[in-house]
Design a protein around this ligand. Sequence first.
Ligand SMILES: Cc1cc2nc3c(=O)[nH]c(=O)nc-3n(C[C@H](O)[C@H](O)[C@H](O)COP(=O)(O)OP(=O)(O)OC[C@H]3O[C@@H](n4cnc5c(N)ncnc54)[C@H](O)[C@@H]3O)c2cc1C
Length: 331
Amino acid sequence: MDTKRIHILVVDDLPDMAESTAELLALWGYDATACTSGIAALACARVRRPAAVLLDLVMPRMDGFEFARAFRALKMTRSAQGAFVSLPGGTGELVDALAAALAPTTVTTLARVTEIRRAGDYSIEWAGGSVRSRALVLCVPAYAAAGLLRAFDTGLAGACDSIPYASTATVAFGYRADQVRHPMRGTGFVVPRTERRALLAGTWVTSKWPGRAPEGHVLMRAFLGGGRDPHRLERNDDAALVLTAEQELVELLEISGPPLFSRLTRWARQSPQFAVGHQARVTAIEQRLKALPGLFLAGSGFRAIGIPDCIADGRATAATVAGFLKRSTAA
Ligand SMILES: Cc1cc2nc3c(=O)[nH]c(=O)nc-3n(C[C@H](O)[C@H](O)[C@H](O)COP(=O)(O)OP(=O)(O)OC[C@H]3O[C@@H](n4cnc5c(N)ncnc54)[C@H](O)[C@@H]3O)c2cc1C
């Protein structure tokens, strides 16, 4: 990537902080500009549209929130609208669009692979079907990959199994806007460990994305469990988790009255934990894969933590697979 062309605006009323951050970004190859006030930053943004803004929220005269509002009003291109994007009907639309773009005979969905065998190429089996292939990309959680690989490479399976996963519960709450005293400016909050709360974080869904609740209503989502509090989900039933999340939100956001609805989802072993040593584990996995031509691993357990990284990893893996198939066809 040619980072030189990427313009980043650093806004902080502490000159040392603004300048040292801009210098650091410049060392990494970005074209960074330091501004020590929201007003100066806005003037700069009018002349040179930044791809991203690193913004201090607490500043005299024009604070970060006010700057953000004025900056959005400049009607920048999409890349300058903020870090968070979604799809109007939810992220499931992405999968539906991908499935629709593929010829129906080339894709099998809702099939749980039960066994993979290797005899030169790969034989992939599921209840009611099987397929043979020269190349195989496993993009399942690392522990699921371990289960499928154990039959022909116990070492690789063990390495995949060593990647830890955490379970999380999310609770969505709907309120009338007038029930919530907190202004909910921003996208949500993360709760520091020192506060000793059950809540890990909260998303103000209606502040983050438009159209997620009817006019005059707000939607928020609380996160519980995770790597920080692994036993909470085992010890508590759904009702207890909802109650805990509600009580803490009421306290933090000054909410009056009960929610209009709440909905809990348990995400069991859905969050890979990139613990200390993760890079070494992935390197060991990649080393072992060299002995298994045509086999590739992708997805969030290995080199990607969120959806954008998964997409980038998927693209890079697809290019590697295409190269492998071309080479093996030519040989
Ligand atoms: C609560 C929560 C909130 C999140 N919020 C965000 C967010 O706001 N932004 C963001 O970027 N990321 C977010 N993430 C992370 C994001 O969901 C993941 O990074 C992404 O879904 C990982 O994609 P993946 O394809 O690697 O894995 P997954 O989405 O886990 O897909 C793996 C698939 O493999 C399937 N599978 C497993 N075993 C088999 C088998 N034997 N045969 C066939 N299929 C199998 C599973 O059913 C699953 O569909 C969130 C995650 C959680 C848990």
